[in-house]
Write a protein that binds this ligand. Structure first.
Ligand code: NAP
Length: 559
């Protein structure tokens, strides 16, 4: 989980902790000379990158000589390479990892899609995606090395012949590039194809490699659309891959700011003593988007804001904020504590007043008029899909009993912002005149997940002058300023973890099911309620969401 912690391989998986030189070695089989050469080159590239990074950033502690975690020899097979996610996030992230020296020289990428492309065509598509979206600067020598390992396999998911060709191609890559039979299969495809692709991997014996090699499957969210479908998907996946080889991507967990919730809470003494019902008034977790559904009508309609965001990202944030400290940051310990929180989540007694949902109607966004959800292309005029969802939850345990956790997410809201706000109780006694503290609010600790990543602490301060007037001020920590380098993209971190075999940042099936357990009754209730309430595009959501907090004497934070 941390840079200090060496990669931990699941018992039946292959990568072991790096040897004393920091280079990962394969378990089981002896290394061939070719593999030794590849590993040595990977270490050299890594050391060079470390030197470069340390030299470039004066704020980096010069005592920090740790070697970055580096993936061992492997192939990444990417299904759905023509899709939005692959182009915007995955292909650029692969390049960025290569640019940081975190991929081995023999690393190979195989794209699978229904296009009549040669290897060079796919390399060109990758090049364009990298040029447009990569985070790190373009370097010809990195691209050259990466492009030598780019392959393309044309085919439909239902085409047995195409998967046979894929299996053959992978064997050839092993021989020519020393990838050792280690394959990660990334399913960046519409969820309805997950079972078919997994079945094809089983049929072609690609799901299980020879001893000493590993096979992993990466599944993008959504993991099902309710508890039953999530269990069905898991039954299909676990019949082919052991749980330790299944990596479920919730990309929020790959964000630096989300991981920093754990650092903030458990690496400091300052916050933990007040992180409980004795001091916290309530918690607000917000993921606001200013865009509409764009070209994703087919995916979004019928799914809606709660399934798309609350079931995964927001409940994961809630779990990280509310959990007890894990005994360590290995996957089991971390997941166990998150699961306890999800198990303790209590729904509001009255779902009509303890939840809110809405659907955007016409309005203004960035000075431009925009259409309502029902007028979007591909959306039926009577769709009851919510584009805004808010819920009030309680974590029923000793630490949190009685503290509301308000979660909200929506599209076409006033601005794009994801944050977690811990709002503290007021001081029990104010030895000032009422007039002097009239505009004093609650203390708050706000974790800004995106954009403008950082942390703000809001507290009362004396206004300069002769009176004892007290009002709110902010103390700010911004990642960009403190570390002077941009944070890796979530997908960089998560892809690397997949290739290394490091699972703490990937939700376990139990977490997925517990989250659906929370959401299913809410969805069922909403389904019986007809159309969601309209809210103007560019606003902060439906009036019922404001009323939900107003009934508790609170208000949503203005972002
Ligand atoms: P997308 O744009 O719809 O792309 C789907 C990909 O699957 C395309 O490459 C498509 O190829 C391919 N495909 C579909 N049917 C196929 C078939 N029968 N045989 C072979 N290939 C087929 O989807 P996406 O937005 O990239 O999303 C991919 C996955 O990530 C989904 O599970 C989604 O829920 C998840 N996700 C996406 C985002 C995002 O920001 N986009 C965020 C979070 C999660 P063609 O070009 O041939 O149609």
């Amino acid at each position: 989980m941390t840079e200090q912690q060496e990669p931990q391989a699941p018992a039946d998986d292959a990568l072991q902790a790096p040897d004393s030189s920091g280079v990962a070695q394969e378990a089981g089989d002896e290394l061939t000379n070719a593999e030794r050469a590849i590993l040595a080159a990977a270490q050299a590239a890594t050391t060079a990158t470390t030197e470069l990074t340390m030299a470039a950033n004066p704020l980096r502690d010069p005592r920090d000589r740790r070697l970055p975690r580096v993936a061992g020899p492997c192939v990444l097979v990417l299904f759905g390479v023509t899709g939005d996610l692959a182009k915007r996030k995955l292909l650029p992230a692969i390049y960025d990892l290569g640019n940081r020296g975190l991929l081995p020289p023999g690393f190979s990428l195989v794209g699978f899609a229904r296009r009549d492309w040669a290897h060079e065509d796919f390399a060109q598509v990758t090049y364009e995606a990298v040029k447009e979206h990569a985070r790190t600067p373009f370097r010809e020598e990195v691209w050259k090395q990466l492009s030598e390992g780019i392959h393309f396999c044309p085919g439909e998911f239902g085409d047995d012949g195409a998967f046979d060709v894929l299996a053959m191609m992978l064997r050839e890559i092993d021989e020519t590039r020393g990838t050792g039979g280690n394959y990660a299969f990334y399913l960046s495809v519409p969820p309805k194809f997950f079972p078919l692709v997994i079945e094809q991997l089983k049929r072609t014996n690609l799901a299980k490699g020879p001893d000493g090699s590993w096979r992993r499957v990466v599944i993008e969210k959504p993991f099902g659309h309710d508890l039953k479908s999530a269990q069905e998907l898991n039954a299909i996946t676990s019949a082919v891959f052991p749980e330790s080889s299944v990596f479920r991507i919730d990309h929020y967990l790959g964000k630096e700011t989300v991981q920093n919730i754990l650092a903030l809470r458990f690496a400091n003494t300052l916050y933990e003593p007040i992180w409980n019902r004795g001091y916290v008034d309530h918690v607000q977790i917000t993921m606001a988007e200013d865009i509409g559904i764009g070209g994703r009508a087919g995916y979004y309609d019928g799914i809606g804001a709660a399934r798309d965001v609350i079931q995964n990202h927001l409940l994961q944030l809630l779990a990280l904020v509310a959990m007890e400290d894990p005994t360590s940051f290995d996957a089991d310990a971390l997941r166990r504590e998150k699961e306890k929180v999800l198990r303790a989540v209590k729904l509001p007694a009255d779902l009509a007043t303890g939840t809110a949902r809405g659907q955007y109607v016409r309005g203004w966004q960035g000075g431009e008029p925009v259409v309502g959800y029902l007028e979007e292309q591909g959306i039926s005029s009577d769709s009851a899909t919510e584009t805004y969802a808010a819920v009030k939850l309680e974590v029923a345990n000793r630490r949190w009993a009685g503290v509301p956790f308000y979660l909200r997410t929506g599209k076409r809201l006033s601005r794009r912002m994801t944050e977690v706000a811990i709002v503290f109780q007021r001081a029990p006694h104010l030895p000032f005149s009422k007039d002097d503290t009239e505009i004093l609010g609650h203390n708050a600790l706000v974790i800004r997940v995106q954009p403008d990543e950082g942390i703000t602490v809001r507290f009362g301060s004396k206004v300069p002058g002769t009176a004892m007037e007290v009002r709110d001020v902010n103390m700010d920590f911004a990642y960009g300023e403190s570390f002077m380098e941009s944070s890796p993209e979530a997908y960089e971190r998560l892809l690397l973890d997949v290739l290394i075999g490091d699972p703490p940042l990937f939700p376990h099936q139990r977490e997925v099911e517990l989250s659906w357990n929370i959401l299913d009754p809410i969805e069922e209730f909403w389904a019986s309620q007809g159309q969601p309430e309209g809210y103007a595009s560019g606003s902060w959501g439906p009036a019922s969401a404001d009323a939900m907090l107003a009934r508790d004497g609170r208000a949503w934070r203005r972002l």
